[in-house]
Design a protein around this ligand. Structure first.
Ligand SMILES: [Zn+2]
Ligand SMILES: [Zn+2]
Length: 425
């Protein structure tokens, strides 16, 4: 076939999808334990939500969005991240009306036009968590603890929490000036992109991956001296909370995240096993996002974690994915008489109604029935615990030979007995 999946997207095939289900199961349970409710959001939103919410000067909005005009002339964008949509939804439906707090989570595909590489796709899956309506540091601590707990339950090792504060509109301008001065005196060492970003958003230069810029950023002043009293106290409360819970973390003055909406807390959880793309989750506080998209004041804190990346780390660290869903029974029709075929069909359906995973022979691609021998071979290949061979005895009565595929032992039983025997084994 000439038609292939577009560059940068991939299919999650059956031999992998059960691992996704496992990660999402563990995630959903952890969310419930932390009081977060699931929410399903649209995959596309008005473009303005992201240009105003995520920020016009970010890489996402400048170069990575899948935007188009729909047939009604509306500017539409496939969501590049979930936070802006979550805030939009909470405001639109009054989830935080009258000072209520909302703890939400969602998961699904996000879209960014990036250069594809290992663990990075143009359609990628994120688990996204947001706590809305709470300004205090306890919410930040809860969110960081929740992300770490998901990874702990999944069995991830060698993880490190990296923490920073990016200040607020009161104190960040002071830091911005300091940074600008530092970068201006080192202008000759900066890359082309950084020179362009310098005036608009010098904070973004801190996370440039170019070695020349990195050296300049390492020598840049930290924000800590510039934080206003409120931001400094919040930052300290967050650290105290993490200490209380016994989390290992380190401060990184260069951690600013690639989105404009963060205020105060910014954090990432890094895996030592992911190379340059080493963040398994990232997030922080965004107290002004709602206002920037025309909503009321609504403080928020959250994180996003990439499912593709989590799976990559789990595979590298040989984490357990629980049990794969195995078929337990393969039903074989001994011959092609209508009585036997119908009995095999009924047995299959009755076992499935009992919650037993069953496969049966359904012919081949040409619609041809297959011999009992060919069916037994399929049973073998399917790795089932039992082959149930349906046939008629001399008295024309339907009987089932249950073959234990591990021991090879065979027992002849009535069709009604099969479910009980499978369950008892
Ligand atoms: Zn501040
Ligand atoms: Zn640079």
């Amino acid at each position: 076939m000439d038609i292939k999946a577009p560059r940068g997207v991939r299919d999650i095939l059956p031999d992998e999808s059960w691992r996704w289900a496992y990660v999402l199961d563990v995630t959903a349970k952890t969310m419930a334990d932390f009081g977060h409710s699931e929410i399903h959001l649209p995959i596309f939103e008005q473009t303005e939500l992201f240009s105003r919410g995520v920020g016009d000067t970010t890489d996402i909005v400048e170069k990575e969005m899948y935007s188009f005009t729909d047939r009604g002339g509306r500017g539409i964008t496939l969501r590049p991240e979930a936070t802006a949509g979550m805030v939009r939804s909470a405001v639109e439906h009054g989830l935080c009306a009258q000072g209520a707090a909302s703890r939400l989570w969602c998961w699904g595909p996000m879209f960014r036009y990036e250069r594809p590489q290992k663990g990075r796709y143009r359609q990628f899956f994120q688990i996204d968590v947001e706590t809305l309506g709470l300004a205090g540091a306890v919410a930040d601590i809860e969110v960081i603890a929740l992300s770490a707990e998901i990874f702990r339950r999944l069995g991830l090792k060698n993880l490190e929490v990296v923490l920073n504060s990016v200040g607020c509109p009161k104190c960040r301008p002071i830091y911005r000036e300091k940074l600008l001065a530092h970068f201006l005196t080192n202008k000759d060492k900066l890359c082309k992109d950084c020179l362009l970003r310098l005036d608009r958003n010098p904070l973004r230069l801190l996370d440039c991956k170019e070695p020349g810029c990195g050296a300049v950023a390492d020598a840049a002043p930290a924000i800590y001296d510039c934080l206003c009293d409120e931001c400094a106290a919040h930052f300290e409360d967050v650290q105290n909370g993490l200490n209380t819970l016994g989390f290992r973390y380190k401060l990184d003055k260069r951690l600013v995240r690639g989105l404009d909406y963060y205020t105060k807390t910014a954090y990432e959880i890094l895996s030592g096993d992911l190379g340059a793309q080493n963040a398994v989750c990232g997030g922080g506080r965004y107290d002004n996002l709602s206002e920037s998209v025309g909503g009321p004041h609504l403080p928020g804190v959250g994180f996003a974690a990439g499912v593709d990346r989590i799976l990559l780390v789990m595979e590298e660290q040989r984490c357990s994915f629980g049990k794969s869903l195995k078929k337990e029974v393969y039903v074989v029709a001994q011959d092609d008489t209508p009585a036997v075929r119908n009995a095999a069909l009924s047995l299959t359906h009755k076992l499935r109604m009992e919650g037993i995973p069953v496969e049966q022979d359904a012919g081949d691609a040409l619609g041809k029935k297959r011999s009992a021998k060919a069916q037994m071979k399929s049973a073998d290949n399917a790795g089932v615990a039992w082959a149930c061979i349906v046939s008629q005895d001399e008295a024309q009565k339907i009987v089932v030979v249950m073959k234990n595929m591990t021991t090879g032992e065979q027992t002849t039983v009535q069709p009604e007995e099969v479910a009980r025997r499978v369950k008892e084994a």
